[in-house]
Design a protein around this ligand. Structure first.
Ligand code: G6P
Length: 467
Protein backbone atom coordinates (compact mmCIF):
# COMPACT_ATOMS: atom_id res chain seq x y z
CA UNK A 1 0.00 0.00 0.00
CA UNK A 2 1.66 3.23 -1.18
CA UNK A 3 1.19 6.51 0.65
CA UNK A 4 0.48 9.62 -1.42
CA UNK A 5 0.76 12.99 0.31
CA UNK A 6 -0.65 16.15 -1.25
CA UNK A 7 0.05 19.64 0.09
CA UNK A 8 0.14 23.13 -1.34
CA UNK A 9 3.87 23.49 -0.75
CA UNK A 10 6.31 20.69 -1.49
CA UNK A 11 9.96 21.03 -0.60
CA UNK A 12 12.17 18.61 -2.45
CA UNK A 13 15.20 17.83 -0.27
CA UNK A 14 18.66 18.26 -1.78
CA UNK A 15 20.28 14.98 -2.76
CA UNK A 16 22.93 15.34 -0.06
CA UNK A 17 20.60 16.84 2.55
CA UNK A 18 20.49 15.14 5.92
CA UNK A 19 17.05 15.18 7.50
CA UNK A 20 16.69 18.49 9.35
CA UNK A 21 15.71 18.03 12.98
CA UNK A 22 11.97 17.68 13.49
CA UNK A 23 9.17 19.42 11.71
CA UNK A 24 6.09 18.26 9.87
CA UNK A 25 7.88 17.99 6.51
CA UNK A 26 10.45 15.61 7.98
CA UNK A 27 7.83 13.46 9.72
CA UNK A 28 5.81 13.14 6.52
CA UNK A 29 8.95 12.37 4.54
CA UNK A 30 9.81 9.62 7.02
CA UNK A 31 6.31 8.15 6.72
CA UNK A 32 6.74 8.10 2.94
CA UNK A 33 10.19 6.52 3.16
CA UNK A 34 8.93 3.65 5.31
CA UNK A 35 6.74 2.16 2.62
CA UNK A 36 7.69 4.18 -0.44
CA UNK A 37 5.46 6.96 -1.60
CA UNK A 38 4.64 10.03 -3.58
CA UNK A 39 4.43 13.70 -2.53
CA UNK A 40 2.49 15.96 -4.88
CA UNK A 41 1.92 19.73 -4.88
CA UNK A 42 3.08 23.19 -5.93
CA UNK A 43 6.79 23.59 -6.69
CA UNK A 44 6.71 27.10 -5.18
CA UNK A 45 7.69 28.45 -8.65
CA UNK A 46 5.68 30.57 -11.07
CA UNK A 47 5.65 29.93 -14.81
CA UNK A 48 3.38 30.96 -17.63
CA UNK A 49 2.01 28.97 -20.54
CA UNK A 50 -1.11 26.95 -21.16
CA UNK A 51 0.09 23.59 -19.87
CA UNK A 52 1.85 23.18 -16.57
CA UNK A 53 3.77 19.91 -16.73
CA UNK A 54 4.37 17.81 -13.62
CA UNK A 55 8.06 17.23 -12.86
CA UNK A 56 8.99 14.13 -10.90
CA UNK A 57 12.11 13.90 -8.80
CA UNK A 58 13.22 10.69 -7.09
CA UNK A 59 14.87 10.73 -3.65
CA UNK A 60 15.36 7.20 -2.28
CA UNK A 61 11.95 5.54 -2.05
CA UNK A 62 10.09 8.85 -2.34
CA UNK A 63 8.90 10.42 -5.59
CA UNK A 64 8.27 14.17 -5.50
CA UNK A 65 5.85 15.34 -8.19
CA UNK A 66 5.56 19.11 -8.50
CA UNK A 67 3.87 21.58 -10.78
CA UNK A 68 4.26 25.37 -11.11
CA UNK A 69 1.44 27.89 -10.76
CA UNK A 70 0.85 30.73 -13.18
CA UNK A 71 0.93 34.24 -11.70
CA UNK A 72 -2.86 34.46 -12.12
CA UNK A 73 -3.27 31.18 -10.19
CA UNK A 74 -0.95 32.37 -7.42
CA UNK A 75 -3.04 35.53 -7.12
CA UNK A 76 -6.46 33.86 -7.07
CA UNK A 77 -5.87 30.41 -5.52
CA UNK A 78 -3.02 31.09 -3.07
CA UNK A 79 -2.94 34.80 -2.15
CA UNK A 80 -6.63 35.41 -2.84
CA UNK A 81 -9.07 32.70 -1.81
CA UNK A 82 -6.71 30.65 0.43
CA UNK A 83 -5.07 33.54 2.26
CA UNK A 84 -7.49 36.51 2.05
CA UNK A 85 -10.73 34.54 2.44
CA UNK A 86 -10.19 31.14 4.05
CA UNK A 87 -7.28 32.00 6.35
CA UNK A 88 -8.94 34.94 8.18
CA UNK A 89 -12.34 33.22 8.14
CA UNK A 90 -11.00 30.01 9.70
CA UNK A 91 -9.25 32.17 12.33
CA UNK A 92 -12.57 33.83 13.26
CA UNK A 93 -11.56 37.18 11.69
CA UNK A 94 -14.58 38.12 9.61
CA UNK A 95 -13.45 41.75 9.55
CA UNK A 96 -10.34 40.76 7.60
CA UNK A 97 -12.07 38.30 5.25
CA UNK A 98 -11.99 39.48 1.61
CA UNK A 99 -14.10 37.40 -0.74
CA UNK A 100 -13.84 37.66 -4.52
CA UNK A 101 -15.64 35.45 -7.04
CA UNK A 102 -12.60 35.53 -9.33
CA UNK A 103 -10.42 34.22 -6.51
CA UNK A 104 -12.91 31.48 -5.68
CA UNK A 105 -13.06 30.42 -9.35
CA UNK A 106 -9.25 30.32 -9.42
CA UNK A 107 -9.18 28.22 -6.22
CA UNK A 108 -11.57 25.65 -7.69
CA UNK A 109 -9.66 25.62 -10.99
CA UNK A 110 -6.32 24.87 -9.32
CA UNK A 111 -7.93 22.09 -7.25
CA UNK A 112 -9.34 20.66 -10.52
CA UNK A 113 -5.98 20.89 -12.24
CA UNK A 114 -4.23 19.23 -9.27
CA UNK A 115 -6.84 16.43 -9.31
CA UNK A 116 -6.30 15.74 -13.02
CA UNK A 117 -2.51 15.76 -12.65
CA UNK A 118 -2.63 13.52 -9.59
CA UNK A 119 -4.90 10.94 -11.22
CA UNK A 120 -2.26 10.31 -13.88
CA UNK A 121 0.15 9.32 -11.09
CA UNK A 122 -2.18 7.19 -8.93
CA UNK A 123 -2.11 3.42 -8.44
CA UNK A 124 -5.18 1.40 -7.37
CA UNK A 125 -4.04 0.68 -3.78
CA UNK A 126 -2.69 4.14 -2.98
CA UNK A 127 -3.81 5.75 0.27
CA UNK A 128 -4.06 9.52 -0.28
CA UNK A 129 -3.47 12.05 2.50
CA UNK A 130 -4.31 15.67 1.62
CA UNK A 131 -3.14 18.59 3.79
CA UNK A 132 -4.69 21.93 4.65
CA UNK A 133 -7.20 24.54 3.55
CA UNK A 134 -5.73 25.23 0.12
CA UNK A 135 -6.98 21.82 -1.02
CA UNK A 136 -10.36 21.23 0.68
CA UNK A 137 -12.24 20.39 -2.60
CA UNK A 138 -9.49 18.12 -3.95
CA UNK A 139 -11.10 14.83 -2.86
CA UNK A 140 -14.43 15.83 -4.42
CA UNK A 141 -12.61 16.54 -7.70
CA UNK A 142 -10.89 13.15 -7.49
CA UNK A 143 -14.16 11.30 -6.69
CA UNK A 144 -15.90 13.09 -9.58
CA UNK A 145 -13.30 11.55 -11.86
CA UNK A 146 -13.87 8.05 -10.46
CA UNK A 147 -11.13 7.75 -7.83
CA UNK A 148 -12.23 5.19 -5.21
CA UNK A 149 -9.02 5.07 -3.16
CA UNK A 150 -9.01 5.83 0.52
CA UNK A 151 -8.62 9.60 0.93
CA UNK A 152 -7.85 11.46 4.16
CA UNK A 153 -7.59 15.17 4.91
CA UNK A 154 -5.87 16.99 7.76
CA UNK A 155 -6.95 20.54 8.57
CA UNK A 156 -3.96 22.24 10.23
CA UNK A 157 -5.81 25.43 11.23
CA UNK A 158 -8.98 26.09 13.29
CA UNK A 159 -12.50 25.46 11.95
CA UNK A 160 -14.93 28.16 13.17
CA UNK A 161 -18.61 27.75 14.15
CA UNK A 162 -21.05 27.86 11.23
CA UNK A 163 -22.25 31.38 12.20
CA UNK A 164 -18.76 32.50 11.15
CA UNK A 165 -18.07 29.98 8.37
CA UNK A 166 -21.51 30.60 6.85
CA UNK A 167 -20.57 34.22 6.08
CA UNK A 168 -18.41 32.94 3.22
CA UNK A 169 -20.29 32.98 -0.09
CA UNK A 170 -20.57 29.41 -1.41
CA UNK A 171 -19.77 28.11 2.07
CA UNK A 172 -22.28 25.23 1.84
CA UNK A 173 -20.81 24.06 -1.48
CA UNK A 174 -17.32 24.17 -0.04
CA UNK A 175 -18.17 22.42 3.24
CA UNK A 176 -20.10 19.71 1.35
CA UNK A 177 -16.86 18.64 -0.37
CA UNK A 178 -15.61 17.44 3.06
CA UNK A 179 -17.94 14.45 2.60
CA UNK A 180 -15.68 13.11 -0.17
CA UNK A 181 -13.04 12.19 2.41
CA UNK A 182 -12.98 8.94 4.38
CA UNK A 183 -11.18 10.50 7.34
CA UNK A 184 -10.91 14.17 8.33
CA UNK A 185 -8.38 15.03 11.01
CA UNK A 186 -8.70 18.25 13.02
CA UNK A 187 -6.42 19.72 15.70
CA UNK A 188 -8.95 19.84 18.56
CA UNK A 189 -12.37 18.57 19.62
CA UNK A 190 -13.69 22.13 19.32
CA UNK A 191 -12.76 22.13 15.60
CA UNK A 192 -14.38 18.69 15.21
CA UNK A 193 -17.58 19.97 16.84
CA UNK A 194 -17.67 23.09 14.65
CA UNK A 195 -17.13 21.14 11.44
CA UNK A 196 -19.76 18.51 12.29
CA UNK A 197 -22.38 21.06 13.28
CA UNK A 198 -21.56 23.03 10.10
CA UNK A 199 -22.16 19.91 8.00
CA UNK A 200 -25.42 19.28 9.85
CA UNK A 201 -26.64 22.85 9.47
CA UNK A 202 -25.47 23.49 5.91
CA UNK A 203 -25.68 20.08 4.19
CA UNK A 204 -28.27 18.17 6.23
CA UNK A 205 -25.61 15.73 7.44
CA UNK A 206 -26.52 13.14 10.07
CA UNK A 207 -23.89 12.43 12.65
CA UNK A 208 -23.39 9.68 15.13
CA UNK A 209 -20.46 10.83 17.28
CA UNK A 210 -17.46 11.13 14.99
CA UNK A 211 -19.13 9.48 11.97
CA UNK A 212 -20.94 11.85 9.66
CA UNK A 213 -23.20 10.80 6.82
CA UNK A 214 -23.92 13.11 3.89
CA UNK A 215 -26.07 11.44 1.22
CA UNK A 216 -24.63 7.98 0.74
CA UNK A 217 -21.12 8.77 1.98
CA UNK A 218 -19.78 8.35 5.47
CA UNK A 219 -16.85 10.40 6.78
CA UNK A 220 -15.06 10.01 10.10
CA UNK A 221 -14.13 13.35 11.66
CA UNK A 222 -11.74 13.15 14.57
CA UNK A 223 -9.18 15.20 16.53
CA UNK A 224 -5.49 14.35 16.08
CA UNK A 225 -3.50 17.09 17.86
CA UNK A 226 -0.23 17.49 15.96
CA UNK A 227 3.07 17.21 17.82
CA UNK A 228 6.77 17.89 17.32
CA UNK A 229 9.91 15.75 17.34
CA UNK A 230 10.43 16.32 21.08
CA UNK A 231 13.57 14.27 21.43
CA UNK A 232 15.34 15.91 18.48
CA UNK A 233 14.42 19.38 19.74
CA UNK A 234 15.51 18.60 23.30
CA UNK A 235 18.90 17.48 21.97
CA UNK A 236 19.28 20.60 19.82
CA UNK A 237 18.60 22.83 22.83
CA UNK A 238 20.96 20.91 25.10
CA UNK A 239 23.70 21.09 22.44
CA UNK A 240 23.20 24.84 22.05
CA UNK A 241 24.44 25.32 25.62
CA UNK A 242 27.75 23.68 24.78
CA UNK A 243 28.26 25.12 21.32
CA UNK A 244 30.51 28.16 21.05
CA UNK A 245 29.04 29.27 17.72
CA UNK A 246 25.25 29.41 18.24
CA UNK A 247 23.51 32.76 18.69
CA UNK A 248 22.93 31.65 22.28
CA UNK A 249 26.54 32.48 23.11
CA UNK A 250 26.17 35.91 21.54
CA UNK A 251 22.82 36.36 23.28
CA UNK A 252 24.58 35.79 26.60
CA UNK A 253 27.09 38.50 25.80
CA UNK A 254 24.45 40.88 24.54
CA UNK A 255 21.91 40.32 27.31
CA UNK A 256 24.28 39.80 30.23
CA UNK A 257 22.33 38.84 33.34
CA UNK A 258 19.08 40.25 31.97
CA UNK A 259 16.09 37.97 31.83
CA UNK A 260 14.64 37.15 28.43
CA UNK A 261 11.03 36.85 27.29
CA UNK A 262 10.80 35.26 23.84
CA UNK A 263 8.18 35.09 21.09
CA UNK A 264 8.64 33.30 17.75
CA UNK A 265 6.01 33.50 15.01
CA UNK A 266 5.52 34.02 11.30
CA UNK A 267 4.55 37.68 10.91
CA UNK A 268 0.81 36.87 10.82
CA UNK A 269 -2.12 38.73 12.42
CA UNK A 270 -3.44 35.44 13.87
CA UNK A 271 -0.37 35.30 16.13
CA UNK A 272 -1.22 38.40 18.17
CA UNK A 273 2.26 39.93 17.85
CA UNK A 274 1.19 43.59 18.18
CA UNK A 275 -1.07 42.76 21.15
CA UNK A 276 1.82 40.87 22.76
CA UNK A 277 4.22 43.81 22.37
CA UNK A 278 1.58 46.05 23.98
CA UNK A 279 1.24 43.55 26.85
CA UNK A 280 5.00 43.60 27.43
CA UNK A 281 4.86 47.41 27.44
CA UNK A 282 2.03 47.26 29.96
CA UNK A 283 4.06 44.88 32.15
CA UNK A 284 6.94 47.38 32.23
CA UNK A 285 4.57 50.24 33.05
CA UNK A 286 2.78 48.34 35.83
CA UNK A 287 6.00 46.92 37.29
CA UNK A 288 8.73 49.51 36.74
CA UNK A 289 11.08 47.60 39.07
CA UNK A 290 11.64 45.19 36.14
CA UNK A 291 12.81 47.95 33.79
CA UNK A 292 16.39 47.39 32.72
CA UNK A 293 16.44 43.79 33.94
CA UNK A 294 14.18 42.07 31.38
CA UNK A 295 14.19 42.22 27.57
CA UNK A 296 11.76 40.84 25.06
CA UNK A 297 12.91 39.20 21.83
CA UNK A 298 10.27 38.76 19.14
CA UNK A 299 11.43 36.76 16.14
CA UNK A 300 8.97 37.33 13.28
CA UNK A 301 10.00 36.21 9.79
CA UNK A 302 7.81 37.97 7.17
CA UNK A 303 5.08 35.88 5.59
CA UNK A 304 2.66 36.33 2.62
CA UNK A 305 3.89 39.92 2.24
CA UNK A 306 1.93 40.35 -1.03
CA UNK A 307 -1.33 40.19 0.94
CA UNK A 308 -2.27 43.76 2.03
CA UNK A 309 -3.35 42.73 5.57
CA UNK A 310 0.13 41.27 6.17
CA UNK A 311 1.88 44.40 4.89
CA UNK A 312 -0.26 46.43 7.31
CA UNK A 313 0.66 44.15 10.22
CA UNK A 314 4.35 44.54 9.37
CA UNK A 315 3.97 48.33 9.60
CA UNK A 316 1.99 48.10 12.86
CA UNK A 317 4.49 45.86 14.61
CA UNK A 318 7.41 48.14 13.66
CA UNK A 319 5.43 51.14 14.87
CA UNK A 320 4.45 49.50 18.17
CA UNK A 321 7.96 48.27 18.99
CA UNK A 322 9.47 51.65 18.06
CA UNK A 323 6.93 53.58 20.15
CA UNK A 324 7.36 51.36 23.23
CA UNK A 325 11.16 51.37 23.00
CA UNK A 326 11.19 55.15 22.71
CA UNK A 327 8.82 55.56 25.67
CA UNK A 328 10.31 52.97 28.02
CA UNK A 329 13.94 52.33 26.96
CA UNK A 330 17.15 53.64 28.47
CA UNK A 331 20.43 54.56 26.77
CA UNK A 332 21.82 51.15 27.78
CA UNK A 333 18.64 49.03 27.58
CA UNK A 334 16.26 48.34 24.70
CA UNK A 335 13.11 46.71 26.10
CA UNK A 336 11.94 45.05 22.85
CA UNK A 337 13.87 43.64 19.93
CA UNK A 338 11.82 42.64 16.91
CA UNK A 339 13.90 40.64 14.47
CA UNK A 340 12.23 40.09 11.11
CA UNK A 341 14.23 37.15 9.86
CA UNK A 342 14.10 33.37 10.04
CA UNK A 343 16.59 31.53 12.26
CA UNK A 344 17.73 27.92 12.03
CA UNK A 345 16.04 25.40 14.32
CA UNK A 346 19.37 25.19 16.11
CA UNK A 347 19.38 28.88 16.91
CA UNK A 348 15.69 28.88 17.94
CA UNK A 349 16.30 26.00 20.32
CA UNK A 350 19.07 28.07 21.91
CA UNK A 351 16.86 31.16 22.28
CA UNK A 352 14.06 29.14 23.87
CA UNK A 353 16.50 27.60 26.33
CA UNK A 354 17.91 30.99 27.31
CA UNK A 355 14.45 32.56 27.80
CA UNK A 356 12.84 32.57 31.25
CA UNK A 357 9.45 33.13 29.63
CA UNK A 358 8.01 31.81 26.36
CA UNK A 359 5.17 34.07 25.17
CA UNK A 360 2.81 32.20 22.86
CA UNK A 361 -0.28 34.39 22.65
CA UNK A 362 -2.07 33.92 19.31
CA UNK A 363 -5.54 35.44 18.90
CA UNK A 364 -6.47 32.05 17.38
CA UNK A 365 -4.29 29.14 16.28
CA UNK A 366 -4.87 25.59 15.06
CA UNK A 367 -2.27 24.09 17.42
CA UNK A 368 0.88 26.26 17.72
CA UNK A 369 4.03 24.21 17.72
CA UNK A 370 6.18 26.98 19.21
CA UNK A 371 4.49 26.24 22.56
CA UNK A 372 5.68 22.62 22.30
CA UNK A 373 9.16 23.57 21.07
CA UNK A 374 9.61 26.01 23.95
CA UNK A 375 8.87 23.25 26.49
CA UNK A 376 11.05 20.66 24.69
CA UNK A 377 14.00 23.12 24.80
CA UNK A 378 13.96 23.84 28.56
CA UNK A 379 16.61 22.81 31.07
CA UNK A 380 14.73 20.25 33.25
CA UNK A 381 16.59 21.46 36.35
CA UNK A 382 15.84 25.15 35.80
CA UNK A 383 12.99 25.45 33.28
CA UNK A 384 11.34 28.61 31.97
CA UNK A 385 7.60 29.30 32.06
CA UNK A 386 5.23 29.08 29.12
CA UNK A 387 2.54 31.79 28.85
CA UNK A 388 -0.05 30.40 26.44
CA UNK A 389 -3.18 31.81 24.79
CA UNK A 390 -6.38 29.96 25.55
CA UNK A 391 -7.19 30.35 21.84
CA UNK A 392 -4.27 28.17 20.68
CA UNK A 393 -5.22 24.53 20.08
CA UNK A 394 -2.18 23.67 22.24
CA UNK A 395 -3.96 25.10 25.31
CA UNK A 396 -6.33 22.14 25.28
CA UNK A 397 -3.39 19.82 25.96
CA UNK A 398 -1.08 22.16 27.88
CA UNK A 399 -3.15 23.31 30.83
CA UNK A 400 -0.09 23.55 33.12
CA UNK A 401 1.12 26.60 31.20
CA UNK A 402 -0.01 30.03 32.41
CA UNK A 403 -3.15 30.30 30.29
CA UNK A 404 -4.09 33.83 29.18
CA UNK A 405 -6.64 35.70 27.09
CA UNK A 406 -4.58 37.56 24.45
CA UNK A 407 -7.27 40.26 24.13
CA UNK A 408 -6.66 41.19 27.79
CA UNK A 409 -3.48 43.30 27.76
CA UNK A 410 -3.36 43.68 31.57
CA UNK A 411 -3.96 39.94 32.04
CA UNK A 412 -1.02 39.03 29.78
CA UNK A 413 1.15 41.67 31.51
CA UNK A 414 0.34 40.10 34.91
CA UNK A 415 1.10 36.60 33.58
CA UNK A 416 4.57 37.82 32.50
CA UNK A 417 5.15 39.11 36.04
CA UNK A 418 3.90 35.83 37.59
CA UNK A 419 6.12 33.80 35.26
CA UNK A 420 9.23 35.83 36.13
CA UNK A 421 8.55 35.48 39.87
CA UNK A 422 7.61 31.79 39.85
CA UNK A 423 9.56 29.66 42.34
CA UNK A 424 11.77 26.95 40.86
CA UNK A 425 9.77 24.09 42.43
CA UNK A 426 6.59 25.25 40.69
CA UNK A 427 8.40 25.81 37.40
CA UNK A 428 9.73 22.26 37.55
CA UNK A 429 6.33 20.82 38.43
CA UNK A 430 4.64 22.57 35.49
CA UNK A 431 7.48 21.75 33.11
CA UNK A 432 7.45 18.03 33.96
CA UNK A 433 3.71 17.74 33.35
CA UNK A 434 3.95 19.65 30.04
CA UNK A 435 6.96 17.69 28.84
CA UNK A 436 5.23 14.38 29.59
CA UNK A 437 2.24 15.48 27.48
CA UNK A 438 4.18 16.66 24.44
CA UNK A 439 6.45 13.61 24.60
CA UNK A 440 3.51 11.19 24.70
CA UNK A 441 1.87 12.90 21.70
CA UNK A 442 4.90 13.69 19.56
CA UNK A 443 5.06 13.83 15.76
CA UNK A 444 5.60 10.07 15.33
CA UNK A 445 2.54 9.39 17.52
CA UNK A 446 0.51 11.81 15.40
CA UNK A 447 1.56 10.40 12.01
CA UNK A 448 1.05 6.80 13.09
CA UNK A 449 -2.27 7.44 14.77
CA UNK A 450 -3.65 9.26 11.73
CA UNK A 451 -2.39 6.73 9.19
CA UNK A 452 -3.59 3.78 11.28
CA UNK A 453 -7.04 5.35 11.43
CA UNK A 454 -7.05 6.09 7.70
CA UNK A 455 -6.02 2.59 6.72
CA UNK A 456 -8.45 1.02 9.22
CA UNK A 457 -11.55 2.82 7.93
CA UNK A 458 -14.34 0.57 6.72
CA UNK A 459 -14.57 0.97 2.95
CA UNK A 460 -17.87 -0.85 2.55
CA UNK A 461 -19.67 2.30 1.38
CA UNK A 462 -19.94 3.38 -2.24
CA UNK A 463 -17.62 6.18 -3.31
CA UNK A 464 -19.72 8.83 -4.90
CA UNK A 465 -19.09 12.51 -5.21
CA UNK A 466 -21.46 14.67 -3.18
CA UNK A 467 -24.18 16.40 -5.26
C1 G6P B 1 0.37 27.57 8.25
C2 G6P B 1 -0.46 26.69 7.33
C3 G6P B 1 0.43 25.94 6.34
C4 G6P B 1 1.35 26.92 5.63
C5 G6P B 1 2.17 27.73 6.63
C6 G6P B 1 3.09 28.76 5.99
O1 G6P B 1 1.08 26.81 9.14
O2 G6P B 1 -1.25 25.79 8.09
O3 G6P B 1 -0.36 25.24 5.40
O4 G6P B 1 2.21 26.25 4.73
O5 G6P B 1 1.26 28.39 7.49
O6 G6P B 1 2.36 29.63 5.16
P1 G6P B 1 2.68 29.78 3.61
O7 G6P B 1 1.56 30.60 3.06
O8 G6P B 1 4.00 30.47 3.55
O9 G6P B 1 2.73 28.40 3.01
Amino acid sequence: MRLVIVSNRVTVPERSEKAAAGGLAVALREALEKQGGLWFGWSGAISEGTSHPVRTIQRGKVTYAVTDLSEAERQSYYLGFSNRALWPLMHYRLGLTEFSRTDYTGYLAVNRRFAKALIALLEPDDVIWIHDYHLIPLAAELRRRGVTNRIGYFHHIPWPPSEVFGALPFSSTLISTIASYDLVGMQTVVDVRNLISGLEAMCGAKSDGRKVRVGRRETVIQAFPIGIDVEAFRKLAAASVRSATTPLKTAKESLGARKLVVGVDRLDYSKGIVQRLEAFGQFLRSHPEHRGSVSMLQIAPPSRSDVPEYAELDRQSDETAGRLNAALGEFDWTPIRVVKKAYSRNALAGFYRRAQVGLVTPMRDGMNLVAKEYIAAQDPLDPGVLVLSRFAGAAQQMGEALIVNPYDTHGVAEAIRTALAMPKSERIRRFEALYATIDATDIDWWTKRYLDALSGIDMGLPDVAPP
